[in-house]
Ligand binder design. Structure first.
Ligand code: ADP
Ligand code: MG
Length: 387
């Protein structure tokens, strides 16, 4: 009986590897060479396992040689990530993902100078799988271990490819779990100057999608329907939060009442709810305009704070990062705002926006150069504080 259950689990999660075609330039002018061992170029194997993506990447002297990502489809049926299933899927995926990342990079185990892993924040079980694997490998190969903060890595994804921002720069990091404005003075010196006090921007997208009856993760679908809709059709409120912090929970409630009222003039009141059939009909007839209007408000909340941060700090090198930076509305409005206010704008390639080990590898590269290594006693942490 027990064995049956395990075997069933083994079958529900076939490994699907997303492999990225690599075409990168080095971050410095140093000539790249295949004889990297002789030149002692730092070669780092990085592992990312903070949530529901198992990823491994190899980086040599700041150049990404491979970046493999195994996504976990098992969560779709539950409408969100199930932590225990995520940990188990990481355990299944981690050996083949690391193996292919090493092979595709064209290196052997003896070329590896250090092993990096995501230490925090994330789901604790998922982090433990990547962390234990990284420690075991570092011990077996007798190479140093580098622990990486996932949010710092999202910011430094902007340093993977040309053009790279000059320091100091501001980065709006928008993901499923976080929304932050970070002031980055150097690769390893950064400070959070604004963040969400409740939901993250990605959650706002995903929860909107859920209310509209769209499958998880709904952010990309809201983006897709928004492209076909009129963003000025429905007006959602902008929260009045002091300073550079964000809030998305009021918007979420406004959308809920708006849908329950089928878009009547009493948009943000609870007591005018229509029947379930009327609500569904309203969504079916107006899906594109609702998505466009909600997306428009989420984007304006994000960019108004970013503009404020730029004005307050005087910094005009501005980046975005994290899964939500894949959103076409955000990307377009960010570029437009950049043109208007004469910013130098930077957006990482799509595959470096959502969770990936390449961003862990590039962060580890700078830590390697600074000699910032971790002992084998380092433990993963679910919490988001910067270390
Ligand atoms: P986390 O690190 O918190 O797991 P990621 O950086 O992987 O988050 O980003 C995942 C989030 O990005 C999800 O909330 C997802 O809905 C959102 N997302 C991805 N693509 C888009 C898009 N095109 N538009 C809006 N949101 C998106
Ligand atoms: Mg992330």
């Amino acid at each position: 009986m027990f064995l049956n259950k395990i075997q069933r689990f083994e079958r529900i999660e076939p490994l699907k590897l997303f492999e990225q075609k690599i075409k990168h330039q080095a971050p410095n002018t140093k000539q790249q060479t295949t004889n990297h061992k002789q030149q002692n170029l730092p070669t780092i194997l990085a592992i990312e396992s903070s949530c529901d993506e198992t990823s491994a990447a190899v980086c040599r002297d700041g150049v990404i040689l491979s970046n493999l990502i195994a996504t976990q489809k098992v969560h779709e049926q539950y409408g969100g990530v199930v932590p225990e299933l995520a940990s188990r899927a990481h355990m299944q995926n981690i050996v083949p993902v690391v193996d292919v990342a090493i092979k595709n990079a064209g290196i052997s185990l003896s070329d590896i100078s250090a092993i990096a892993f995501t230490q925090s924040p994330g789901l604790i079980g998922s982090l433990l799988v990547g962390g234990q694997f990284a420690k075991s490998m570092a011990l077996a190969l007798n190479v140093p271990l580098i622990s990486v903060h996932h949010m710092q890595a999202h910011v430094l994804a902007n340093l993977i490819d040309e053009p790279r921002p000059d320091f100091p720069f501001l980065c709006l990091t928008v993901s499923g779990g976080h929304t932050q404005i970070v002031l980055c003075e150097s690769p390893l010196k950064m400070k959070v100057i604004g963040e969400t006090i409740d939901d993250a921007a990605g959650e706002a997208f995903d929860k909107t999608a859920k209310m509209l009856g769209l499958p998880y993760p709904g952010g990309p679908l809201v983006d897709k329907y928004a492209k076909l809709g009129d963003a000025s059709r429905f007006k959602f409120p902008e929260p009045q939060i002091q300073g550079l912090d964000f809030s998305f929970s009021g918007l979420k409630t406004a959308i809920l009442y708006f849908l329950n009222n089928a878009g009547t003039s009493n948009v943000f009141k609870e007591d005018f709810a229509v029947s379930a059939e009327e609500r569904q009909l309203f969504i079916d007839n107006n899906l594109n305009d609702i998505c466009a209007s909600v997306q428009n408000r989420i984007v304006s909340i994000l960019l108004n704070k970013l503009l404020k941060a730029s004005k307050e700090t005087g910094i005009k090198n501005i980046c975005i990062a994290g899964g939500v930076s894949a959103n076409s509305g955000l990307r377009n409005s960010f570029i437009e705002m950049g043109d208007k206010f004469k910013w130098n704008t930077f957006i990482p390639k799509f595959e470096y926006c959502t969770d990936n080990a390449a961003m862990i590898a590039i962060t580890a590269y700078y830590k390697f150069l600074a000699g910032e290594f971790a002992g084998l006693s380092v433990t993963p942490s679910a919490r988001a504080e910067w270390s």
